[in-house]
Write a protein that binds this ligand. Structure first.
Ligand SMILES: O=C1O[C@H](COP(=O)(O)O)[C@@H](O)[C@H](O)[C@H]1O
Length: 259
């Protein structure tokens, strides 16, 4: 089982600085080893914490042309909809770095606009399979699940990660790579999401969480006092929780020292 590490920072800015370093180091490692770096983004606050990658030294040293971008979950809507995780990432990050457009794998825009969640999930799974066949995505040992190099995840105050929500059946999916939900408790209701086996096959998983309103769920997920989707996060190599002081404030004493 991969170690679950916790890093706690005084402020979000300090967290963003270290998150950028962590990402840049892994980019260097995978670009050197395989000439490709597969990165999975989430929506929510995460994108706003990637700003440090847009500055020196990272903006100039990262081999952006080798990055391939996927989404751990997406809202079923068109790309230009305010709810779209693609739009969020594009406006806040992707439009500011020279990743080739053909290396960015968003949900099918037409199916998103139509609101066809089931088909959008199937199509996204087909897209992942195609990238496996093209040797862009690796597969995990003998299981055949896709293995991404780095996933950058977030958690909602209810303990959801990606679009896997507490008490919803999607968390139990064992076969599909991508599934759909049409009654998400957090709007919008229609979404697609990687399944737990796919999320947990990633080499490196980062869970970045800030603010006091997340503190109870951070503590419950990490101490396993409640069965929350985020509490089931693991990885092949390591999981690192990047937390600000407020989000870590309900963890048991001695669990985290502030960096
Ligand atoms: O709806 C979503 O929520 C989670 C958590 O978002 P946050 O705003 O609490 O950081 C996010 O990771 C996911 O991608 C998104 O679709």
């Amino acid at each position: 089982m991969a170690p679950v590490k916790r890093r706690v920072f005084k402020t979000k800015n300090e967290m963003a600085v270290e998150l950028a370093k962590y990402t840049a180091d892994l980019s260097f490692k995978f670009c050197k080893e395989r000439g490709i770096f597969t990165v999975v983004l989430s929506g929510g606050d995460l994108i706003s914490w990637l700003w440090k990658l847009l500055e020196a030294p990272h903006i100039d040293s990262i081999e952006w042309s080798k990055w391939h971008i996927f989404w751990v979950d997406e809202r079923v809507c068109a790309w230009d909809n305010v709810d779209s995780n693609y739009k969020l990432a594009y406006d806040g990050f992707l439009s500011k770095v020279p990743i080739p457009a053909e290396n960015i794998y968003a949900i099918d825009n037409g199916l998103g606009a139509e609101g066809n969640a089931e088909l959008a999930a199937e199509r996204y799974e087909e897209c992942l399979k195609q990238k496996v066949n093209q040797n862009i995505i690796r597969t995990y040992k003998s299981s055949g699940f896709p293995q991404f190099d780095l996933q950058l995840l977030g958690m909602g105050p209810d303990g959801h990660m990606a679009s896997l929500f507490p008490g919803h059946d999607q968390i139990n999916e064992k076969v599909k790579w991508v599934t759909s939900i049409t009654d998400s408790p957090k709007p919008p209701p229609k979404r697609i999401t990687f399944t737990l086996p796919v999320i947990n096959c990633a080499s490196y998983n980062v869970m970045a969480v800030c603010d006091k309103q997340q503190a109870d769920s951070v503590a419950a997920a990490l101490t396993h006092t409640k069965d929350l989707p985020a509490g089931r996060l693991t990885a092949d190599v390591e999981v690192v929780w990047f937390l600000d002081q407020a989000a870590a404030s309900k963890l048991p004493h001695g669990w985290c020292s502030i960096l």
